[in-house]
Design a protein around this ligand. Structure first.
Ligand code: NAD
Length: 285
């Protein structure tokens, strides 16, 4: 299996822009594709913002020069044929809608050369839900980034039963080469490793609060002091953003989660309290 050098990212939204910038920052040649030139104008602003954020945070061991150079490794296009014509790896970060993903893979299967590996960044769908549409299930897997990838640099890597181990290994190598810590899953699991751990914790915290057992501060303090971690569950809610928490709760069939969704909406979201990003959620920032 040849080494991955040319990377194409589909979708330049919240995550796609970060995925493209991170790879370019570490010297990969990156093409960022989105559906229209208008969307690409927004993407340009996102990339400029990311260059600033990488410089300001100085978390990745690198210089300001590297952040500027990343922009030179990035090409933007709304032409899918050109975008994937010579790609070693296509990372798909299109909206989390199964039909859109499947349609994207159907087009990709016709346009990309046989060598191209496809990776989905989907948070909630399994690669098995899409593999039949790729035309190359042995060259398809999930590569899941965290939001603010330059700070939270895990890359969860998850194949299907069809994924070729050599393809999996090439993607692990790419993850390391682009400054990420590979988290290797041995088989498919909704929620990967991180959300399989995090969602039950956050759900339990919601149950304690809504059941009237303890207040926000007590629940967070307990978790921090007794486990030696830096953040309690409600601090984590604020970091993730209450809109996302609301959408996840709303999608659940559990009536307790439905009641949690209503609570989040009426107590916080409707009052503009969306978490850390808006300056207030369970805490003030
Ligand atoms: P987003 O809505 O911010 O961006 C989606 C982008 O895809 C937009 O720029 C849109 O124009 C583009 N798009 C729409 N249709 C397309 C198509 N057919 N082909 C190519 N591009 C198309 O979404 P996002 O938050 O970046 O999420 C993208 C993926 O990343 C989802 O699968 C999501 O589950 C996953 N993800 C998101 C986060 C997060 O925190 N936002 C974290 C990890 C993974």
């Amino acid at each position: 299996m040849a080494k991955i050098a040319k990377v194409t990212v589909l979708g330049t939204g919240v995550l796609g822009s970060q995925i493209a910038f991170q790879a370019a920052y570490f010297g990969y040649d990156v093409i960022a594709y989105d559906i229209s030139d208008e969307v690409l104008e927004t993407a340009k602003r996102r990339f400029a913002g990311l260059a600033k954020a990488y410089k300001a945070d100085k978390i990745m061991a690198a210089s300001d020069l590297q952040a500027d150079a990343a922009l030179e490794h990035l090409t933007l296009t709304s032409n899918l044929t050109e975008a994937v014509a010579d790609a070693d790896l296509v990372i798909e970060a299109v909206p989390e809608i199964l039909a859109v993903k499947r349609e994207t893979y159907t087009r990709l299967s016709q346009l990309a050369p046989a060598k191209t590996i496809f990776a989905t960044n989907s948070s909630t769908l399994l690669p098995s839900d899409m593999k039949a549409f790729t035309g190359r299930p042995e060259k398809f897997l999930a590569l899941h980034y965290a939001n603010q990838v330059w700070r939270y640099n895990t890359a969860e890597i998850m194949g299907t039963t069809d994924t070729d181990p050599a393809v999996y290994a090439a993607v692990v190598e790419f993850a390391i080469g682009s400054g990420l810590i590979p988290i290797e899953l041995k088989k498919e699991k909704a929620g990967y490793v991180l959300n399989s751990l995090l969602v039950p914790l956050l759900t339990a915290a919601a149950g304690l609060l809504q059941g009237g057992y303890a207040d926000v501060d007590t629940i967070d303090k307990t978790w921090r002091i007794a486990t030696g971690t830096l953040s309690g569950p409600f601090q984590i809610y604020d970091l993730i953003g209450l809109n996302t928490a609301y959408n996840v709760a709303l999608a659940s069939s559990d009536p307790r989660m439905q009641s949690w969704a209503v609570f989040l909406k009426e107590t916080y979201i409707d009052k503009g309290k969306l978490g850390m990003a808006s300056g207030e959620g369970f805490y003030k920032y």
